[in-house]
Design a binder for this molecule. Sequence first.
Ligand SMILES: Nc1ccn([C@@H]2O[C@H](COP(=O)(O)OP(=O)(O)OP(=O)(O)O)[C@@H](O)[C@H]2O)c(=O)n1
Ligand SMILES: C[C@](O)(CO)[C@H](O)COP(=O)(O)O
Length: 392
Amino acid sequence: MNVRGTTPDVSVAVIVVAAGSGSRLGASEPKAFVALHGRSILERSLDAVFGMAELAQVIVVVPESHRSRAEAIVAPADPRLVTVTVGGTTRQGSVAAGLAQLRPGIEVVLVHDAARPLTAPALFDTVVRLVRSSGDGVVPGLAVVDTLKQVDADFVTATVDRSRLSAVATPQGFPAAALLAAYAEARDDHTDDAALFAAAGHRVRVVEGDPRGFKITTPWDLRRAEQLLGETDAHAAAATRTGIGIDVHAFDEGAPLWLGGVFWPDEAGLAGHSDGDAVAHAICDALLSAAGLGDIGSRFGTDDPRFAGAHGEVFLSETVALVHGAGFRILNVVVQVVARAPRFAPRRAEVEARLSELVGAPVSVSATTSDGLGFTGRGEGVAAIATALLGG
Ligand SMILES: Nc1ccn([C@@H]2O[C@H](COP(=O)(O)OP(=O)(O)OP(=O)(O)O)[C@@H](O)[C@H]2O)c(=O)n1
Ligand SMILES: C[C@](O)(CO)[C@H](O)COP(=O)(O)O
C-alpha cells in the first residue's frame, strides 16, 4: 500500500466505506476484501486516497468480521492518519459510523465507496477544491448514455429525458459541519450522501466524473476491472528498456584486485584509471545505455580526478542516481565474467549480495573461462558483459 504520514495544517478527511457484504458480487467474503489483480479491492481504493494532495484523516469502515484484516492492511500507514471502525447494516449506517470517528478541526469530508477501486486520485483533489471554493456538496457524475425507460410489470410506461440525468459516483465531498448536522437529523435511508445532504436543504453540485471509477457490483464489473488493470500492466511492460555493457581490464600483478564490488586477497589486480573493476563498469554501461544516458566514459571521464583509483561502488552509486533521476526503476541486472581467475563460484553469493545492495535490484553473476582462447584464456585480463532491465 502507498502510505504516508499526517500533514499538520490540513483539514480534509476521507471516509472509505467498505462494510458491505457484496451480495450482488456473490463472493465468499465481503466485497472490499475480494482480490482484484492480486490485491484486495480495499487496498486499491486506499492507494487512490493516499495519493491525494491534502489528507489529515482516513476512516476505513469495515464489517466486524474483517476488522483485523483491515487493521493489517493499514498497518504500514501512520496510525495518527488512519482509523478503522465497524460499519452498520446499511451504507448510510456505515457512513454515520465513520463520521462518529471524525477528528476535531476537519473542515472537508469526502465519502468514498471502497467498491470503486480504479478512481483516479486527481478526482479526490478536484472534489476537495470545489467543496472549499463553493461550500456546497460535490459529487462526480457522468452523462447517461443509454436511453432510459420507466417500466411497470415488464412494460415500458415512459421514456425518461436523459439530458438532465447524471449517473453519480464517489468520492462525494461536503463541508464537514454541514454533513454532520445533516446526518444527525436524517430520518430516511438514502442510497448516497448527496441525497441525504440535499434532503437537509443544502445544494449539491456535479463535477465531471471518472469513467474508471465505476462501482464493482457484479462479477462482470470485477472482470472489467481485472482487464483494465491488465492493460495497465501491459503498458508498464511496454515501457521496460534493456541495456548492455562490456568492459575489459588487463591484469596488473602489482595492484590489489577489486572485482564485483569486493576485494580479492592474493589475486592479481587489474590495471586502470580507477580500481579496474570490470564487473562494476560493465553494469554501469548496461544501466546507462538502458536509460539512454550514454556510457561510463562520457559520464565519468578519465580526466576527472574524483574517479582516479575509485572503487566500483562509486561509479555504481552515481550511475544508479542518474538512472533514477531520469525516471527509471532498475528491475534487474545480469553480468557474466569471462576470466581464468579469480574463481567466482565460491564467492558468487557474496558478490551478488554486494552488487544487489549497490544497484538496489537483483543482480545475478555468472562466470566462465574461455577455454584457453584469446586474452582471457591466456590469463592476460578480465572481460565482463552485463545486461540491465529498467521499468518506467
Ligand atoms: N452496510 C453497508 C453497505 C455498503 N457499504 C459500502 O458502500 C459501498 C457501496 O455499496 P455497494 O457497492 O452497493 O456494496 P454492497 O452493499 O456490499 O453490495 P450489495 O448491495 O451487492 O450487497 C461499498 O463500498 C460497500 O462496502 C458499507 O460500507 N456498509
Ligand atoms: C453511493 C453510490 O455509489 C453512488 O452511486 C451508490 O448510490 C451506492 O450504491 P448502492 O448499490 O445503491 O448501495
